[in-house]
Structure formats: C-alpha cells, structure tokens
Design a protein around this ligand. Structure first.
Ligand SMILES: [Zn+2]
Length: 154
C-alpha cells in the first residue's frame, strides 16, 4: 500500500513536470525568454502595477515579429486589451485554447481568429509596442483565462 502511494505521488510529479510547456511563442526568441525589469515595470506574474498586480507573464518579442502557436490550438476570437484610443496601436490580442489550457495573448494582431493551428505555426504579428511604451522590453503578455500563474508552463 505504501509503495502504491509512492507510485501515485511519482506519477503526480511526472504529470506536473511533463505538463504542457509552451512552444516558441515569438520569432527570434527560441527559449521563450522573459521580460524582466525595465523602466515600465517587471514582466513577472504578480508584479506590482499602478492598479493592482500584473496578471500575466511577459515573453520577449520584438515589434513586428511573427507570433507562433505555443501548442496545437484552436482560435477563439480577437480580444481588446485596453479599449483605450491612446493605445490603439497595440490594443489587440487573441484567445486560444490548447494543451488543456485557456490562454489570452496580448499585443498580437491575429492572422485569423477561428479554426485550428498546429504548434509552431504562425498565428499573428507582434504589435508596435515601442510606439506606446518607448524603451520597454517589447513582449507578448500571456494570461490564463482564469488569471492563474502561467509561469509553470514555461
Ligand atoms: Zn504583461
């Protein structure tokens, strides 16, 4: 019985370790390296913001880069990030489901907004973040639909 419990724990751990991991999200960033700290803030989940906390994780992505499907995904429509005319240049994103996850990607202009896309295939273009936040580390903001921490999936 004890051995059985160990097995269950082991399997559970394996499931966590082997849990879905994001594939490359952005052209030019094969390791999904993250935005750390810049003059505009930090890209970590939970980082302090003017109003509350950062609800996603920021993955570096140069303006104009191709953005790729991080899993085999289905596309679930475009999203509006700010609904703020002053930020219109980057006020788009896309809703995805894949790898058992429901995900929002901010600052991406989607190529299309429905259907299925295989992991690694292009889904859109990184919007011109420098035009709104000069000097920021340009990035795709990855947010789980339930606002949980996406970090373990990287
Ligand atoms: Zn962010």
């Amino acid at each position: 019985m004890i051995k059985m419990k160990r097995l269950v724990v082991l399997v559970a751990l394996l499931c966590v370790c082997d849990a879905v991991k994001f594939g490359q999200l952005c052209s030019g960033n094969s390791g999904n390296s993250r935005r750390t700290s810049d003059t505009w803030g930090s890209g970590n989940y939970g980082a302090r913001r003017t109003n509350g906390r950062h609800e996603g994780l920021d993955i570096r992505c140069s303006d104009g880069s191709a953005v790729y499907a991080p899993f085999d995904v289905t596309l679930h429509g475009k999203l509006i990030v700010y609904n703020n005319p002053a930020k219109a240049a980057i006020d788009q994103g896309i809703n995805l489901r894949g790898g058992g996850l429901c995900i929002k990607l901010f600052y991406v202009r989607p190529d299309r907004t429905s259907g299925s896309v295989r992991k690694g295939e292009r889904i859109g273009t990184m919007l011109p973040m420098q035009s709104v936040y000069p000097g920021i580390t340009s990035h795709v903001h990855v947010q789980m639909c339930d606002k949980s921490d996406p970090t373990p999936y990287f």
